[in-house]
Design a protein around this ligand. Structure first.
Ligand SMILES: C[S@@+](CC[C@H](N)C(=O)[O-])C[C@H]1O[C@@H](n2cnc3c(N)ncnc32)[C@H](O)[C@@H]1O
Length: 352
């Protein structure tokens, strides 16, 4: 079956289930697959209406027999089960388009490459923690006979969920919304989605006039490149929400170790420094540096002469690690690294 007919099947499936897609909206692939217009569309027009019966979450009758610890696990089990049914699944027209097997292969390659470059960062820590958690979760579900797939497929489905789930309001369950899940992210989005109060349908609506052949985008939130990479596997070349977070720790031979630890705990400071786009430290981070750099009891929580050298050393070390990462063609890793280097360089210049 050609790709076009797969898309047509998908649109038909949505309509058959009571949904609507604007006649000038379709899924297409330019740099990245997404939603596009085929003609101009006025502002505040419904681009797609997805019925609640097609929203995948624990309230859906198809998930009612799944008993798990978390909503996410229920979604994983549901997707694996439906994926294995292939054409027999009533969700097939949507699942077919998600390229789950290809995802499983690519995900590992990209993650390994990315991981080599970010091992020293908070992103590296978060990725390896997640990988370990996934391994433990997989072992547990596999041994209990709840899932019978490979670990790679399990990871791909987990990634699929995090990268496609919609941020519904707090009282709503974790949900996947076919069709709207094809909208890519932009900080300058031209569309947004909302739940219709009366019908509970999910509506995607244009927020301004759209030109013909324009990509329809929604905003996934004000996320840094690190968060975007962690959750979705992409980064932006220009991201006004970007920042650098550097993990820091105390040296075991620090003569003020106990006092510093106590103070850090008392003030509830996280063990990392955060720099905004302009290379400025957050207030919390500033306080943490004062403590970490102090060399006498009297100056333990004050600006001290070691403050600037401590930071310069830390920033230069971090920059060196970023520079050690070999050049690579992976676009998003490059965006991430370039932006990190720019911010660190600004922070170094600010100290001079
Ligand atoms: C909700 S899906 C959007 C549809 C997806 N592009 C597809 O082909 O099915 C989210 C995924 O799309 C990609 N994506 C979304 N916004 C992007 C952007 N601005 N730049 C590059 N990739 C993006 C990422 O791979 C992300 O994990």
């Amino acid at each position: 079956m050609s790709l076009d007919s797969e898309y047509l099947n998908f649109y038909e499936w949505i309509k058959k289930n009571g949904g609507k897609i604007h006649e000038h909206v379709k899924i297409d692939t330019k740099e990245e697959r997404g939603l596009f217009t085929t003609d101009s569309i006025e502002s505040h027009t419904a681009l797609a209406i997805v019925p609640w019966s097609l929203v995948v979450n624990i309230q859906h009758p198809d998930l009612s027999t799944i008993n798990t610890d978390t909503e996410r696990q229920a979604l994983i089990i549901f997707l694996l089960r439906e994926y294995n049914k292939e054409k027999e699944s009533s969700w097939y027209p949507w699942l077919k388009l998600l390229n789950i097997e290809k995802e499983a292969d690519e995900l590992l390659k990209i993650k390994m490459h990315l991981f080599n470059c970010v091992e020293h960062s908070t992103l590296g820590q978060a990725l390896s923690d997640r990988y370990q958690q996934l391994q433990e979760e997989y072992e547990y579900l596999h041994q209990a006979g709840t899932i019978e797939t490979s670990f790679e497929l399990f990871c791909a489905i987990d990634h699929l969920i995090w990268s496609r789930v919609l941020d519904l309001p707090e009282n709503e369950p974790l949900s996947l919304v076919p069709f709207i899940d094809f909208a890519n992210h932009s900080l300058n989005a031209n569309a947004r989605w909302f739940i219709d109060d009366d019908t509970h349908n999910i509506i995607l609506r244009s927020e301004r006039t759209l030109n013909s052949n324009e990509e329809i985008t929604i905003c996934y939130g004000s996320k840094s490149n690190e968060e975007l990479l962690y959750l979705y596997g992409f980064a932006l070349s220009i991201n006004s929400n970007d920042r650098v977070t550097i993990p820091v720790s105390l040296k075991p031979d620090d003569i003020l170790l106990e006092d510093k630890l106590q103070l850090i705990q008392q003030l509830n400071l996280p063990p990392r420094l955060t720099l905004d786009m302009n290379g400025n430290l957050s207030n919390e981070s500033n306080q943490l540096v004062k403590i970490l750099s102090a060399q006498t009891q009297a100056t333990i929580n004050q600006q001290n002469e070691h403050y600037t050298p401590y930071l310069l050393n830390l920033f230069n070390e971090y920059l060196n690690k970023l520079n050690l990462c070999p050049d690579n063609d992976e676009t998003f890793t490059k965006y991430y690294l370039d932006s990190q280097k720019l911010i660190i360089q600004k922070a170094i210049d600010n100290l001079k």
